[in-house]
Design a protein around this ligand. Structure first.
Ligand code: GLN
Length: 485
């Protein structure tokens, strides 16, 4: 059963070829068998899953089922789940049982989905390798000596290892697209404001966006359908109509123009990865699209801008973790200051502390203009680059990451080289645009992804293009050898 895509599972459930309970038991058994190696789950909610599966079967028997009813899903451990630990990959929240559920979690429940558990991630979603988790690194199912990418490493690994047919993640600077690429699966970062952020633990509020992971674009379309839409509880949620994503998957690409940003092919891109991107371009041509080289001259500045803006926002968001209301509290505080200091120094890991320090610095009097204000100005230039190219092309295509998955430990002592693994993904977040990563082949047995970037709220065009590409290729159907059976 685990070899099926979400869309196939949905059909199987509709035809009553199997029940949600059988399906859920099958995935739980796989998790127990395989996840000792990958470490992708922080919490497995077995009882809840079995109860939800029985309920879904009942709904199906009463003809009350939708396309996602009874389909299992795993949530990144930064979505609040009522009554279930929500750790955000941090010691700070290791004891936190969420008192309410995130809007996205409620939407998935309302669609009848079955929650298998909460998956591992870099602490507070800061990282590109999942090595910053309090619960230990996640291992890439394609090579367990390598990272799955981050910060949604668990969300990507569970799909690659076929421990779940669907998962959720968040993308602040690449954390859906980069792990999707390194694990050989499909991941979609929607437009900022498309999917509610209510009940997501905040990292950098002007950049964070939730989205789906699955095997295929068709699966992501089904998931996005249930996630997208206005939420009055999120002040940045945008109230515009949600199209029927699945209905638009098969539109021909004739008449569409794909922009290839030339900056993405300059220094730093692995030659073998580049040749996978070139091969993908040929397939899009075959599907009828026109190809046009474009320029995003400010995009090389995006990493610098991001680490000012994201750190500034995180230093403010994470100030709430003070040992007083919830989360980790140190033993026997001497006074209030000691309580704050020790709770925070014990509760946060090194990378989170580094970001808080950078963020506090760039926001401080005397440095604000030089760093924060300057970064916001460059952010505007990055947005304008995209605005200009989108008058000429329908969407952009390039590599998702400069290299395939790297070894665990390889970059952990060099934060800057780690930060560079998001060089192609970060600008999309700074501009609030939708982006997708889809599997585009292998280099030395490791998956490689290509990235599609679209106009605001035009997820349909990306899903459509990705779906057509996946009709011409079978990269997204490949399963790591150790996870086939
Ligand atoms: N890797 C980037 C960072 O460390 C992006 C993380 C993310 O998208 N959550 O901040």
């Amino acid at each position: 059963m685990h070899k099926m895509t979400l869309a196939q599972i949905s059909q199987g459930l509709a035809k009553k070829s199997f029940s949600s309970l059988e399906l859920t038991q099958h995935y739980l058994a796989r998790i127990h068998k395989l996840d000792k190696t990958f470490n992708s789950f922080i919490t497995v909610t077995e009882e809840k899953a079995l109860a939800q599966a029985k309920k879904a079967d009942l709904q199906r028997a009463n003809n009350q089922a939708g396309p996602l009813t009874g389909v299992p899903i795993a949530h990144k451990d930064l979505f609040c789940t009522q009554g279930v630990k929500t750790s955000c990959g941090s010691k700070m929240l290791d004891n936190f049982i969420a008192p309410y559920s995130a809007t996205l979690v409620l939407q998935m429940e309302a669609a009848g989905m079955v929650m298998l558990g909460k998956v591992n991630m870099d602490e507070f979603a800061m990282g590109s390798s999942n090595e910053n988790s309090f619960y230990g690194p996640v291992r890439n199912p394609w090579d367990n000596q390598r990272v799955p990418g981050g910060s949604s490493g668990g969300s990507a690994a569970v799909i690659a290892a076929r421990l779940a047919p669907a998962s959720t993640g968040t993308d602040t600077g690449g954390s859906i697209r980069q792990p999707a690429a390194l694990c050989g699966i499909t991941g979609l970062k929607p437009t900022y404001g498309r999917v509610s952020r209510y009940g997501m633990v905040a990292f950098a509020s002007s950049l964070d966006q939730a989205g789906p992971f699955a095997q295929s674009a068709q699966d992501c379309a089904l998931l996005l359908q249930a996630m997208a839409g206005f939420d009055a509880k999120d002040s940045t949620s945008v109230n515009i109509a949600v199209p029927d994503y699945a209905a638009q998957l098969n539109q021909p690409l004739t008449g569409k123009t794909i922009g290839i940003p030339k900056e993405y092919f300059e220094q730093g891109l692995d030659k073998a990865v580049e040749s996978r991107v070139q091969a993908a371009i040929e397939i899009f041509k075959k599907c009828g699209a026109q190809i046009k080289e474009v320029s995003l001259p400010s995009s090389p500045l995006s990493i610098g801008v991001y680490y000012v803006v994201a750190s500034a926002e995180c230093s403010s968001n994470l100030s709430r973790f003070d040992g007083v209301r919830y989360g980790h509290r140190c033993d026997n505080p001497r006074d209030l200051e000691d309580l704050y200091k020790r709770s925070r120094s014990e509760g946060f890991g090194d990378e989170v502390k580094r970001r808080i320090m950078v963020g506090t610095h760039v926001l401080s009097t005397g440095y604000y203009d030089a760093y924060y204000l300057k970064a916001q100005k460059v952010r505007k230039l990055i947005c304008e680059d995209f605005k200009r190219v989108f008058t000429e092309v329908d969407f952009l295509l390039g590599p998702t990451t400069p290299t395939p998955a790297f070894k665990i430990g390889e970059k952990s002592s060099d934060p800057v080289s780690m930060y560079l693994s998001d060089i192609y993904t970060i600008a999309t977040n700074l501009a609030g645009l939708p982006g997708m990563s889809i599997p585009a082949g292998f280099v030395d047995g490791l998956p490689v992804g290509i990235q599609l970037t679209g106009k605001h709220f035009d997820e349909s065009t990306l899903l459509n293009a990705a779906h057509l590409y996946q009709q011409e290729t079978d990269w997204h159907q490949q399963i790591p050898a150790s996870c086939k059976e």
